[in-house]
Design a protein around this ligand. Structure first.
Ligand code: AP5
Length: 213
């Protein structure tokens, strides 16, 4: 099954995507995580992406589409996928349709997670991320056992560079202008779209997502 998690910054795509992929033994394809790994490793893609990410702007479609195609082509043909943070524009969605078609796959479900902007801003302000293993915590809702230290690998947690208030506002604006139109793009496909409240407990939201699949 090929599932897209769609929704604004901070709504919980990463949190829910990891749980869903672990539970179903699917691959979690999170374009933000792949870009951050490229930045850490200092690859040409990571260096090119940095200026867009730090400003809260989208990385150009052609870079993102090539990156996702490489990931898909390296996967076993029958493995399920959870896309998190991709597609984010209509051209990306069109490219995904073509790439999946070439591999004998298709978009099976699009799960839209929804929450008010105030909730998103507070969650992002409280997020602490592990630069080593990618684990995500929240000082309000899901704090690490030792303040500032990753429970899983012991690395020092960081506040993502794009999680400052000005950049967050731009990310919300970019979502509304460039990514929200995807809801209409997928809406006409029968049995594909599901809208799930992104507010509430993590487990409760996960159950809602699984029920929608
Ligand atoms: P990306 O990394 O994809 O960021 P995003 O979409 O802005 O989403 P976030 O990671 O901020 O939030 P999330 O929805 O995953 O929430 P999370 O689970 O962490 O992209 C970053 C940048 O990369 C983009 O701005 C762009 O530059 C570039 N990029 C990436 N993909 C691209 C693409 N396809 N095209 C072009 N450019 C691209 O949760 C947030 C916080 O809330 C956490 O602290 C978490 O612990 C907490 N939390 C989660 N669920 C709950 C809950 N139910 N209750 C309470 N707290 C919760």
């Amino acid at each position: 099954m090929n599932v897209i998690l769609l929704g604004p910054p901070g709504v919980g795509k990463g949190t829910q995507g990891v749980l869903l992929a672990e539970g179903k033994a699917w691959k979690h394809v999170a374009t933000g995580d792949i870009l951050r790994a490229n930045r850490r490793e200092g690859t040409p893609l990571g260096k090119e992406a940095q200026k867009y990410m730090d400003a809260g702007e989208l990385v150009p479609d052609e870079l993102i589409v090539a990156m996702v195609k490489d990931t898909l082509e390296a996967m076993p043909p029958s493995q399920g996928v959870v896309f998190d943070g991709f597609p984010r524009t209509v051209p990306q969605a069109e490219s995904l349709d073509l790439a999946l078609q070439e591999l004998g796959r298709r978009v099976d479900r699009v799960v839209v997670l929804e929450a008010d902007d105030e909730v998103l801003v507070k969650r992002i302000a409280g997020r602490r991320s592990c630069p080593e293993c990618g684990s995500v915590f929240n000082v309000y809702a899901n704090p690490p056992q030792r303040e500032g230290v990753c429970d899983k690998c012991g690395a020092d947690l960081v506040h993502r560079p794009d999680d400052n208030p000005e950049t967050v506002q731009n990310r919300l604006d970019v979502y509304k202008a460039q990514t929200e139109p995807l809801i209409r793009f997928y809406d006409g496909r029968e049995g594909v779209m599901a809208r799930i409240p992104g507010e509430g407990g993590v487990d409760e939201i996960q159950q809602g997502i699984r029920a929608a699949l």
